[in-house]
Design a protein around this ligand. Structure first.
Ligand code: ADP
Ligand code: DP6
Ligand code: CO
Length: 331
């Protein structure tokens, strides 16, 4: 039997997706904009099988219950959309902490989409792959592409997909991200639950959506102008506005840990010393520092001195998702 293997890199949003207008199809309230990273990725293999049900192994562990059904429901969507009836054995490895706010769902569902569609015998345009990956996890639609990527919210299944900012998916801006791993533990409130609670209950939510429009326009201009200072300022402010909506939710919640605030204080301290460094944060306590690629090692060393017990992982712009093999499975 053949096996089909795909690699997809994670992406970190500079303008955040935080809320669904349509939960079933995962249509967001606002456009978002991300950077795909070289350092963190998922590698997923899909093998056509004759068994009655799909199987899913993640990081060497056979999955069952909710973890398995999340994948099989997604494969059901792929089968319904493509007309395939093929069951699959999925084997995936995350080279990124799972469910820790480092976007494993983005690389995970992007890799799963590519590997599964290849195992169904399909060669689909990337826009279709982006739309399909979106049905697994919204942020996954952006991991189909490399570099800076915008998810155009659209208004329905056909019109909601990601596109790369530059046609060649290269990044001209000298940018890097340092992930400060405050905790690699799985979060208590998943992105899905967190954003649903916020959309339904936070009076701050409409203000966040509105400001995303302005932030998106401004950050695209700053990227064009290669103005990293501006990019950092806008991204940091957008992330903090997103996190502020959670404090306004009922019940209120926050992804911040005490260590998160310590890390932010260290970044502010470096900034006060004249370093160009800003941060963004997703649905988890980890902080991602935005800085120049050329200064990244220096900034990492400065931060490490201030935060000696924090693991730091340096990432640069990364490529889009791709099929890496379709060899016969020998094991
Ligand atoms: P994260 O911050 O890591 O994206 P989320 O709460 O958004 O956290 O999503 C985590 C979920 O994504 C996992 O519980 C699992 O359902 C799914 N996921 C993560 N990695 C993979 C993978 N390699 N293949 C399929 N699904 C995955
Ligand atoms: C804070 O894509 O993980 O990282 O669509 O429910 O699977 P689901 O959520 P997910 O949400 C990501 C939220 C975020 C911001 C972003 O990546 O834009
Ligand atoms: Co996620």
């Amino acid at each position: 039997m053949q096996t089909y293997t795909a690699i997809a890199h994670t992406n970190i949003a500079l303008i955040k997706y935080w809320g669904k207008k349509d939960d079933k199809f995962i249509i967001p309230f606002n456009n978002s904009l991300s950077l795909t990273l070289d350092r963190f990725y998922t590698k997923t293999s899909a093998q056509p099988i004759t068994a009655a049900t799909d199987s899913f192994v993640l990081d060497g562990q056979a999955q069952s219950g909710a973890a398995l059904s999340k994948v099989t429901s997604f494969l059901d969507i792929l089968r319904a959309e493509t007309g395939s009836t093929q069951r699959l054995a999925i084997n995936s490895t995350n080279h990124v902490p799972t469910a820790a706010g480092l976007a494993s769902s983005a690389s995970g569902f992007a890799a799963l989409t590519l590997a599964s569609c290849a195992a169904f015998g399909l060669q689909l345009p990337r826009r279709t792959l982006s739309r399909l990956a979106r049905r697994g996890s919204g942020s996954a639609c952006r991991s189909i592409y490399g570099g800076f990527v915008e998810w155009k919210k659209g208004q329905d299944d056909l019109t909601s997909f990601a596109t790369p900012l530059a046609a060649n998916e290269q990044v001209d801006l000298d940018i890097a991200m340092i992930a400060l791993v405050v905790s690699a533990q799985a979060k208590k409130v998943t992105s899905r639950q967190g954003m649903a609670t916020t959309v339904a209950t936070s009076p701050f939510y409409p203000a966040f959506v509105k400001s995303c429009e302005t932030d998106l326009l401004a950050i695209k201009q700053a990227i064009d102008a290669q103005d990293l200072e501006k990019v950092g300022q806008i991204a940091e402010s957008n992330a903090l506005k997103m996190h502020a909506t959670n404090l306004g939710a009922t019940p209120p919640f926050s992804y911040f840990l005490p260590e998160t605030l310590v890390a932010i204080a260290a970044i502010q301290q470096l900034r006060a010393k004249g370093f160009l460094c800003y941060f963004t944060m997703d649905a988890g306590p980890n902080v991602k520092v935005i800085c120049r690629g050329q200064e990244a090692l220096k900034i990492q060393a400065e931060l490490q001195a201030l935060l000696p017990n924090t693991e730091m992982l340096l990432a640069y712009p990364g490529p889009g998702a791709k099929i890496v093999n379709s060899e016969s499975l020998k094991e």
